[in-house]
Design a protein around this ligand. Structure first.
Ligand SMILES: [Zn+2]
Length: 263
């Protein structure tokens, strides 16, 4: 499948961040962003003036080796793709310690409010964009499931699973959540043109490396991609080698857990 024609409408123009200073590249640099992989699907990102935690499963995450208090200190936003505990993790504790705002589906926000009434929440749903402090967050489709496990073993509905595009200062990160590939990813790229892609590759519960690479190649124009949801547990893929081999024309950053860099 051929790459698509240039965007007719670049949504970043609506945020006043692009085509300034004579810059014409598709992913114009403005302000550096810093991204750290905390293992599994958990990431810390400094984006504009926001300090984000995506899917902060830290305690119990075999690949998280940081100091919990230091890592979460200063968090302004917790962005949650779905309710499963390998993503929801320490969300409530982090909200309590930092006063950060939780951005998640209506159902996850409602559940969190039932557990912690003072939680700052931004409930939203798929297709929507919300402005939350220094960030704009778009919730996209992901094909998966989303639920909490109650102590009695019952399943509590967590709303639809989602991907999340965080944007500030003309920079953007698309955390795909847990998902298979789907052809509407092309529409997400056309409409939102995300710059950095966080892509599950571990197989079993999500795309495997081959499917994830094909999705990146076929549907997106990322500047860089970061694989996730692998290495954590024995049943998941243990390396990103096949993903790296199969991704074409895009930088793949494969940090060790806790690794960080700027983009
Ligand atoms: Zn997961």
């Amino acid at each position: 499948m051929a790459k698509k024609a240039p965007l007719r409408n670049d949504p970043r123009e609506a945020f006043g961040a692009y085509h300034q200073g004579g810059e014409t590249s598709r992913h114009t640099r403005r302000r550096l962003m810093k991204i750290q992989w905390l293992g599994h699907s958990a990431f810390k990102a400094m984006l504009g003036s926001a300090q984000i935690l995506f899917d902060p499963y830290l305690n119990g995450n075999p690949k998280f080796s940081g100091n919990f208090a230091e890592v979460v200190s200063g968090t302004t936003h917790v962005l949650m793709t779905h309710a499963h505990n390998d993503h929801f993790g320490d969300t409530i504790e982090i909200l309590k310690q930092t006063g950060a705002t939780l951005v998640a589906t209506y159902e996850i926000c409602s559940y969190v409010s039932s557990q912690y009434a003072q939680a700052k929440i931004c409930p939203m749903n798929i297709g929507g964009t919300a402005r939350v402090g220094a960030l704009s967050v778009t919730m996209t489709r992901a094909h998966h499931s989303s639920s909490f496990a109650a102590p009695d073993g019952k399943i509590i509905y967590g709303g639809e699973p989602a991907g999340l595009i965080a944007r500030a200062d003309g920079r953007s990160i698309y955390h795909m959540g847990d998902t298979c590939s789907f052809s509407d990813m092309a529409f997400i790229d056309e409409l939102h043109n995300p710059e950095i892609g966080i892509v599950p590759i571990g197989d079993w519960f999500t795309m495997g490396p081959r499917e994830a690479a094909l999705a990146v190649n076929r549907y997106f124009h990322f500047k860089a991609v970061i694989p996730c949801h692998y290495l954590t547990f024995p049943m998941l893929a243990q390396t990103a080698d096949e993903f790296v081999r199969q991704v074409k024309n895009v930088e793949v950053w494969t940090p060790a857990p806790m690794g960080e860099r700027t983009f």
